[in-house]
Design a binder for this molecule. Sequence first.
Ligand code: FVH
Length: 285
Amino acid sequence: MSENITVLGLGLMGTALADALLSAGHDVTVWNRTPSKADPLVAKGATRAATPAEAVGASPLVIACLLDYPSVYEVLQDTQLAGKTVANLTTGRPAEAREAASWAAERGADYVDGGIMAVPPLIAQPGALILYSGSRAAFDRHEQAFAVMAEARYVGEDPGMAPLLDLAMLTGMYGQMAGLLEAAALVTSAKYPLKEFTETLLIPWLNAMAALGPAWAEKIEAGDHSTEVSNLEINRAGLENLVRAFREQGVKPDLLLPLKTVVDQRTARGLAHEGLSGLVEELYN
Ligand code: FVH
């Protein structure tokens, strides 16, 4: 069923979102600070709004995809939000999302926050995911429209949950990238073909290791850091060996050192018999 939907912000991501909604047959009204960025969408059938107030007035669902939360407030401040659903897909922190939900509620709007787990070319393609949190009723009301842009996953009433899980997923990605970069430096230092190493050795290894994730999660949730795989002492020795080998190869182990620091810290507490999952206890304030 076709809906009236407004998209505020036509950067790379906002344009991809609006394009997906248009292609699915929705009536899309768009606004962007730099008006010319709306031209290609208008050529495809979108309606250009002259002001944010006009854009918000056009639809019950208002999707914001702007640079940051301050720009969202700047754009929405002089609009009539009562009775609208604001779906804020701008990247931010959990605290910012909670504050934005209260701000929207004070103006009579329902609020959902979104964490986009995709790059613009992936929007409306298999594998694209957007996490939503906040008003369940608003999510349910607009789920079909959300599903056009990417798989739409509702993760809870706390508006901060989608950005928190978004940040957690990015954290996992950066951790993996840190490992990939260190491995690449080590392998190329020995002039071994990196692409072959990555495809035939590293990726199958990482996939096998990733399969242990749910078992780790169970242990962390249970506070049980016993192990039948490898204890911290073995890992501490392994990391020391790694760091030494890196230096002998003329490669800096800088991205690995923070992990070693936490392993050393936990071991110094007399917990060398535990598994690596126990390191999470060192990370709470
Ligand atoms: N691009 C990506 O891969 C990532 C994927 C994950 C989610 N992010 C987040 O999406 C938000 C928008 O990102 P973007 O890629 O579309 O960013 P830009 O192309 O730089 O567009 C920024 C838009 O924001 C407008 N804008 C900036 N400041 C203001 C302001 N003060 N008032 C009104 N609008 C503002 C800007 O307008 P203009 O420069 O075209 O006039 C663009 O429409 C972002 O949160 C990512 O983290 C994308």
